[in-house]
Design a protein around this ligand. Structure first.
Ligand SMILES: *[C@@H]1O[C@H](CO)[C@@H](O)[C@H](O)[C@H]1NC(C)=O
Ligand SMILES: CC(=O)N[C@H]1CO[C@H](CO)[C@@H](O)[C@@H]1O
Length: 360
C-alpha cells in the first residue's frame, strides 16, 4: 500500500524538485533584475523590453513570409524612360553580430576555434553596456565593428580617388554629389545603426562639401530577418546615438548623426505585422515619391538580395539573386515604374546593374 502511494506521488515529487532547481537557477537572475530596477528603473525596463522583443521576433516575426510579385518579365517590353530612378545599394560594413556568429573572411577552422572565446567576449561587452547604463548593445541593432568601420573607410577612400575613365568619373560625380553632375541624388539609409553609420562614413566628403544635405532614414530598408541584430534600438522622434565603438574610434560621427540625418520617416522598430515584401514595395513607392533622379541607399545583404529576387524578371539568372553584396559593396541599377491596369509595378533592368565597388 505504502509502496503504491509512493509510486503515485513520484511525478509530483519529481515536478517539485524540478521547480526547485529552476527557481534556484533563476534566483540570481531575478535578484539581479530587482537590483537593476532599484538602481535605474527606466533603463532596466528598456533593456528588459529589448530582451522580450528579441524572443518575440525570433518566434513570431513573419519577415520572410510574403509572396513575390508576379513575373517582372512581362513588363520588360515597355520600360518607360520617363519613369526611371537610378538606385545605388551600399551594404554596411561588418557588424559586431557577424563578428561573433559568421566566419566572414576568416578561415573555417580559425572561426570555429575562436567561436566560444568570441561569444564570451560579446556577452562580456553586453554585460558591461548594461551595467554602465548605456542604451547600446552588441547584439540588438548590432553596430559596425572596428573592422566594419575600416571596410567603409576603404569605400570612402575609393570614392575620392581620381577616376580611371570618363564613365567612372560620371559615377563618382553622382555618388559624390558633385555640382557638375547632371543627375540629382539623395542619401538614404535603413533605420539600423550599422547602415546609417556606413552612409555617414562612406559619403563623408560628400556631406562635408554639401553642408545643407541630409541623410534620409527610411524604415522600409530595415533588414529582412528575425534576428535581434535586425531590430531597431532608436525610438521614434530620436536621433541615432553613436555606438560605444564609434564613440571610441570615430567620435566625429555624432555631430553627423545628430545634425545631418532626417529621422522624420522613422517610426521605430518594424512592426510584427510587417514583412519583407511590404517593406520592399513601400521602398519602391518612396523612391518614386522623391524628386531626385537617384537614391543612394545604405542597407542590408538579405534585403538587397530579396529585392533582386523580387524585382528582376523570373528568367534572369543574375548573381544578385543568389549572392549577397559584400560588406561595403556598392551596386547601381535602374528601377522602372510601369503602369499595369489601375496600378503600378516596379521592375529592375538587369542590363543596367553595375558594380561600383566590391560587388557580390
Ligand atoms: C542618446 O543619448 C542621450 C544622452 O545619453 C540620451 O538622452 C538619449 O535618450 C539617447 N538616445 C537614444 C535613441 O538612445
Ligand atoms: C548584421 C549582419 O551583417 N548580418 C548578416 C551576417 O551574416 C549573415 C550570414 O552571412 C546574414 O544573414 C546577416 O544578415
Amino acid at each position: 500500500m505504502a509502496i503504491t502511494g509512493l509510486i503515485m506521488a513520484m511525478p509530483a515529487i519529481f515536478a517539485f524538485y524540478c521547480a526547485w532547481v529552476v527557481a534556484m537557477l533563476l534566483r540570481p537572475f531575478f535578484v539581479f533584475v530587482l537590483a537593476c530596477l532599484l538602481w535605474n528603473a527606466p533603463f532596466t525596463l528598456l533593456k528588459l523590453r529589448m530582451v522580450a522583443d528579441t524572443f518575440l521576433y525570433m518566434f513570431l516575426c513573419k519577415d520572410k513570409k510574403y509572396k513575390k510579385p508576379s513575373d517582372r518579365g512581362a513588363f520588360l517590353s515597355s520600360l518607360p524612360s520617363s519613369s526611371k530612378k537610378t538606385i545605388v545599394f551600399v551594404r554596411h560594413g561588418e557588424s559586431c553580430w557577424n563578428d561573433t556568429f559568421n566566419a566572414g573572411e576568416r578561415k573555417k577552422l580559425d572561426f570555429i576555434k575562436g567561436f566560444i572565446p568570441g561569444l564570451i567576449k560579446s556577452l562580456y561587452y553586453e554585460a558591461y553596456l548594461a551595467l554602465a547604463g548605456k542604451v547600446d548593445s552588441w547584439f540588438y541593432d548590432s553596430p559596425l565593428s572596428y573592422y566594419g568601420i575600416s571596410q567603409i573607410d576603404a569605400l570612402a577612400r575609393y570614392l575620392s580617388k581620381s577616376a580611371a575613365s570618363s564613365a567612372e568619373q560620371e559615377v563618382f560625380d553622382l555618388l559624390n554629389g558633385a555640382p557638375s553632375c547632371p543627375k540629382t541624388s539623395v542619401l538614404v539609409s535603413s533605420n539600423l545603426r550599422r547602415a546609417l553609420s556606413t552612409v555617414c562614413i562612406g559619403f563623408r566628403s560628400r556631406l562635408a562639401s554639401n553642408p545643407s544635405e541630409k541623410i534620409v532614414v527610411h524604415p522600409s530598408l530595415q533588414e529582412i530577418s528575425r534576428n535581434p541584430d535586425t531590430l531597431s534600438i532608436t525610438p521614434p522622434g530620436h536621433q541615432v546615438n553613436a555606438s560605444w565603438i564609434e564613440k571610441d574610434a570615430l567620435p566625429q560621427i555624432q555631430p553627423i548623426l545628430t545634425d545631418r540625418v532626417d529621422m522624420n520617416h522613422h517610426v521605430g522598430n518594424k512592426a510584427l505585422s510587417s514583412n519583407g515584401g511590404l517593406r520592399m514595395s513601400s521602398f519602391c513607392t518612396f523612391a518614386f515619391s522623391r524628386p531626385e533622379d537617384c537614391l543612394i541607399c545604405g542597407g542590408h545583404s538579405l534585403w538587397f538580395r530579396s529585392f533582386f529576387q523580387a524585382y528582376l524578371p523570373e528568367g534572369s539568372t543574375h548573381t544578385g539573386k543568389k549572392k549577397k553584396i559584400v560588406n561595403g559593396g556598392t551596386v547601381m541599377f535602374d528601377l522602372y515604374k510601369v503602369q499595369n491596369g489601375g496600378g503600378w509595378e516596379y521592375v529592375v533592368d538587369e542590363k543596367s546593374i553595375k558594380v561600383v565597388y566590391g560587388g557580390f
